[in-house]
Design a protein around this ligand. Sequence first.
Ligand code: ADP
Length: 423
Amino acid sequence: MSQKATILYIEDDDASRVLIQRVLTYAGYRVLIATRALDGIDMAKKHHPDLILTDINLPDLSGREIIVRLRADPHLAAVPIVALTAQSHDFERDKTFVAGATGYITKPIDAVALTGQIVEYLEGRRDSASSASLESAQRAYNQELVERLENNMRDLETSYRDLRRLDRIKDDFIQLTAHELRTPLTTVYGYSRLVQTSPAILAVMGQDLEVNACLTGLLESIERLNKVVNEIITVSRIATGRVDLKLSPTHISQVISQVSEGYKQVLEQRKIKLVTANQEWPAPFYADAALLELALNNLVSNAIKYTPDEGTITIEVPPASAEHVKIRIKDTGIGIDAKDQQHIFDRFYTAGDTQLHSTSKTAFRGGGLGLGLAICRGIVEAHGGKIWVESAGYDEKGLPGSTFVIELPLNSGVPGQTRRTFL
Ligand code: ADP
């Protein structure tokens, strides 16, 4: 059996790894290699080797921690695990046996002797601790574990602080770039509005198809660029906690009809029905109507974007409870996969194929940056509310649809209050 046995060798040092791998392969063993402890643990669980050789000093976990971890797995509890290490001190050896090692071989390796030792371990050899004081080895080992845990916690805290700092730098950079872009864009956008309303230019566009195509493409791109830059500015304001809520009594019916009005033309073109299902509306409540309109705009524009022609979008505001008002935006579109549902509210997350989005020639979809829902979440959370999606999954043919629900507390704050939020 020994000639066909599988040996997993966990070692980060290149020279030792190459040497031992050669010796064992030459001796006829199937050798699996891991250079990190966590990979080694995964490979052991997956391949159930006949013997495991492990270094003690590894970059992620120590060899002793690997042994403890593998001994807890019933499939690996009895597998021979031999430490291969430069640590020759008896005390180090004993700590390794306390962790559950079968054997202990010290480097430098004697290549000839090694194959013989491997055969012995495969045939049942079990070494034992040399020190009389196993108790102190156990104590030292426990202490080692706690120290490593403490060091790992400190490293994690430092990494977390660094990541937060980088995140802030990134947010500032995005915000600065967006503002720099907005200055020249305001002029370009202004001229584009003039072009759209100038009778002389409209007349030329009506006569010359080529001019018409060029100007239409230009105007659409400017419109889109303007939207993207504004989205980035809004989302970076939300992300850096600079949402100032201007609370005033808000008639949700007015906000909804404002939003619907804005999409009249595209709804007609796409033959999509926008239904407002309410017979009765809740009493006005304190909210920032402009920001709420922005959130609903994003949700309705998504509903239109992800619903094929001739679909239906329903906006419904069920009777308010004593504490909350809910707004439901339901579409008959392609739906959202369960695995994406918790991520779509994150910044820059797009569930579909972005390539398809930005080049799509189909009647629905169209490019998006993955910021719309992040903006919605920021606005809703600034109000102390919640937003979520309900969908049976993604299916372009079955069209299960999606329902986005916004829940806002009725006691959203004091009028005129400025509320800070953090995404
Ligand atoms: P985008 O600008 O890409 O639309 P959003 O943040 O608004 O970004 O949405 C994130 C992702 O959520 C989209 O890329 C899309 O895959 C998915 N999504 C949003 N709304 C809908 C919807 N009504 N139906 C299906 N998918 C949706």
